[in-house]
Design a binder for this molecule. Structure first.
Ligand SMILES: Nc1ncnc2c1ncn2[C@@H]1O[C@H](COP(=O)(O)OP(=O)(O)OP(=O)(O)O)[C@@H](O)[C@H]1O
Ligand SMILES: [Mg+2]
Length: 332
């Protein structure tokens, strides 16, 4: 196993009025996740469910309050400093906001030069290496981009520079956080294809974070998917299985919320199993109980355990008795 997260918990301090005890926001609740070498895994869920927080935990940018992270079988928070250094280089994060992630006062050459010099040391062929990186992310000819500043590039080109910077560390795993959300729709497919090519040709493992189920399917058709809700992982399984036979009521609601261009399919798609559209969760019991059509009194008590069947993991105590969905054609 390349990466294993076990029961990760993250808290943020909430801004409170001047008086009163500081409140805590439980951003990740007992999240467990595992990724095999060479896999493409997607993490999906609505805004604020904790996707970026999970991405930061995976890449070591945020230390969880509790839980274990193992990379190549080594616990990253109790290992030797050189193993930790290796892990930080081998796991790279491509941020959502490419504008904020690049120093506006540095040219693209400078942005790539410092990390690559740090890794390889002072060498004569660093400029060539930077050119190779830019070619790898399809910014060609590289000479056209080296002297430019981030504001002189388009959103898509900036994302590719970020990806080139991540690749300069020769990573084993790249966590891409909504890498196409700021890119023009017409250019999105090319960016997604680039991630797939890096996975296929260089064997780089990819964790793709998104709220968009159709791009998740496009990137990780043969991979696995984790569905998150309110800081918890509510469903996990093969991408195709989850998109065609969602088991958790939240996944079902998420899938029915995607507009379908085909009016025939749109007309016949099932109703979302919701009794309320308001997202609220008071801590006890299931995180989805207020909105779930099937929730009963027992769903509001104690801790809900995972139900596992045929490689599918669902955080729902009624997972086995709920109506089975088969909506293979809904998400293209
Ligand atoms: N630095 C922070 N301080 C306090 N609260 C934070 C901080 N970062 C995130 N949060 C809160 O933690 C929760 C999870 O945030 P996160 O950014 O991980 O969500 P997300 O799923 O990535 O959302 P989006 O899809 O909008 O990017 C949110 O309620 C957010 O407001
Ligand atoms: Mg985010």
């Amino acid at each position: 196993m390349l990466l294993e997260l076990d029961k990760i918990n993250v808290y943020y301090e909430k801004k409170t009025p001047v008086f009163g005890a500081p409140q805590k926001l439980h951003a990740l609740k007992d999240v467990s996740l595992s990724v095999e070498k060479g896999e493409i895994v997607t993490i999906v869920g609505e805004s604020g469910c904790g996707k970026t927080t999970l991405g930061k935990v995976i890449t070591g940018l945020l230390k969880p309050a509790s839980g274990k992270i193992a990379f190549n079988g080594i616990d990253v928070y109790s290992c030797m400093p050189w193993d930790y250094k290796k892990y930080r280089a081998a796991v790279q994060f491509v941020q959502q906001d490419s504008y904020a992630a690049l120093n506006p006062a540095r040219t693209i050459y400078q942005s790539l030069y410092y990390p690559i010099r740090k890794r390889l040391g002072m060498r004569r062929d660093l400029k060539e290496k930077i050119g190779d990186l830019l070619r790898l992310v399809e910014l060609t000819p590289p000479e056209q981009f080296l002297k430019k500043y981030p504001h002189q590039l388009s959103g898509g080109q900036r994302q590719r520079v970020l990806l080139a910077r991540a690749l300069s560390m020769s990573p084993e795993l790249i966590v891409a956080d909504e890498p196409i959300s700021m890119i023009d729709v017409s250019l999105r497919f090319a960016m997604l294809e680039l991630f797939r090519r890096l996975n296929r040709e260089l064997g780089i493992t990819i964790i793709y974070i998104t709220h968009d189920l159709s791009t998740a399917r496009c990137v990780a058709q043969n991979g696995r998917m984790y569905v998150m809700y309110f800081g918890e992982c509510v469903e996990c399984g093969r991408t195709e299985d989850i998109l065609s036979k969602p088991r958790h009521p939240y996944t079902q609601a998420l899938l029915t919320a995607v507009p379908v261009p085909d009016p025939h399919i749109e007309k016949h798609k099932p109703e979302p199993p919701l009794r309320s559209l308001e997202a609220a969760h008071d801590g006890e019991g299931c995180c989805f109980k207020q909105r779930c059509l099937y929730a009963d009194e027992a769903c509001g008590q104690g801790k809900i355990g995972y139900c596992e069947e045929d490689g599918r993991i669902v955080l729902c105590r009624k997972a086995k008795e709920l109506p089975q969905w088969d909506i293979a054609n809904l998400i293209k």
